[in-house]
Structure formats: C-alpha cells, structure tokens
Design a protein around this ligand. Structure first.
Ligand code: DC
Length: 233
C-alpha cells in the first residue's frame, strides 16, 4: 500500500542493464503503484519491425518502421505469476520475444526515430495520467514527465552491467558471450546518449543511484528513506 494518499510519479532513468526494471518493479510493488517499463515499448516496436521486414540484416528502414506504427497496438496486462505486467503487441504476448540479443542490437536505432518517440511518449503520458506510477526508461524525468515528483538516475559500472545481463540471458538458455553483451551495452550507451531526439541525460533534479555494489535490498532501503523525506518532508 502507498504510504501517502497523494500519489506521485516516480521517474527511473539511466543506462541499459543497470537493474532499472527490477528496481522500479520492486518500488511499485512496495508502494502499490503501477510499474511501466518503457524500454519494453521500444523493444516491442523493434520486434514488430523485425517481423514485418522493416529491419533486414540489421539495417533499419526508418520509413518502413514509421509506416508500421499505425498498425501496432501496445498494451500491458498484469501477470500475477510474475507480479508485473506483460507486454502485448496487437493482442499477442510479446514479453519473451522482446528481450533477445537480436532485438537488443536494433532497439537503440529504432528508438532514435523521432516519430517512434513521439508516439510512444504520448502513450506513456496517457498511461501515467492518473499518477501512482513508477516509469522506467531513458527520458522519463526529462521529456515524458518533467514534472515527476521523484526522479532517479541509475548507473553502474559497464562490466558489472554486462555480467548481470549475461547471467539473465544464459539462465534463459540464450547462446551469448560476455564480450558480445559488453559490446552491445557500450554501443547502446553511446547511441542513447548521442541521439538527436531526447538523448539519455540526467535531469537536473534527479538523484543519482550507482548500484554497482548494492543489493536490491540495499537499494530499496536507500530509496524508501528518500521517498519518505520527499513525501513527508
Ligand atoms: O531499458 P531497455 O534496455 O529495455 O531499453 C531498450 C532500448 O530502448 C534502449 O536501448 C534505449 C531505448 N529506450 C529509450 O530510448 N527511451 C526509453 N524511455 C526507454 C528505452
């Protein structure tokens, strides 16, 4: 349950694979808020583009991706078994399919397309309209909800991030190497920070959380202290 009657928006931005989703999900469960993974939305568009020939041999045809946007409906449905929402593309469960290395390799380029961002940002703003959400992404505190009451900017050492993603993917049986993942993470950081539209950057009023050497429990304790100071102070 929420500790306050007044529901707020919590923006969680930061680098790839530094545990943003795990952490944002845990915060949402603790506060009784809705968790929205905006990276999953960019991944869903990328998956759809891969499946419909708008990305071939790693080449993203921007015009073709934009054309597909009118035919994609992205929704979330709560899955009690996972304790989080699964993403659906045109009514089909896409949760497992959006986290492959193939999607990861193309998603930064798809998310750099201005029209893709315009559409998804509008959808995210609509999803957070009633507040009481924890939204994780790259531009939540800067573009989607610049008025969010609490903004976190998460970061961690790239080698630690690669290890975490490696564990996650190999546990699922994916055939990947640590080097491949580290390369993908560094490449995505670069694209995310240098793209023309809504580059990844820390909002001026965001609080930095470097979780390279912190457990989820330690992060939660740190966050709840911050949350209480902000909402009751
Ligand atoms: O959080 P993630 O790694 O699942 O995100 C996938 C990609 O989507 C990431 O490379 C950057 C992009 N993204 C974005 O540009 N803006 C967001 N709000 C969320 C994700």
């Amino acid at each position: 349950m929420s500790d306050t009657k007044h529901k707020i928006i919590i923006a969680v931005d930061g680098f790839s694979s530094c545990g943003k989703s795990t952490f944002a999900k845990a915060i949402a469960a603790r506060l009784g808020y809705i968790f929205i993974d905006t990276g999953a939305m960019y991944r869903a568009v990328t998956l759809h583009a891969l499946e419909h020939g708008a990305i071939r041999s790693g080449m993203v045809d921007e015009e073709a991706v934009v054309k597909l946007l009118d035919r994609i409906s992205i929704t979330f449905r709560f899955n009690p078994e996972r304790g989080a929402s699964d993403i659906y593309v045109n009514g089909d469960l896409a949760e497992g399919k959006i986290r492959t290395i193939e999607v990861s390799n193309c998603v930064s380029r798809v998310s750099a397309i201005p029209e893709v961002r315009r559409r998804l940002v509008a959808l995210q703003q609509e999803m957070g309209r009633r507040r009481g959400v924890v939204m994780d992404g790259r531009d939540i505190g800067t573009v989607v909800f610049p008025d969010a009451e609490l903004k976190l900017f998460m970061t961690a050492d790239p080698a630690v991030r690669a290890q975490r993603r490696y564990k996650e993917l190999t546990a699922k049986g994916d055939q990947v190497t640590l080097e491949e993942i580290e390369r993908n993470i560094r490449e995505r950081d670069k694209i995310d920070m240098t793209r023309a539209v809504s580059p990844l950057r820390q909002a001026d009023d965001a609080v930095v959380l470097d979780n390279s050497h912190m457990s989820v429990d330690e992060q939660m304790a740190w966050f709840m202290d911050l949350y209480h100071r902000r909402t009751q102070g």
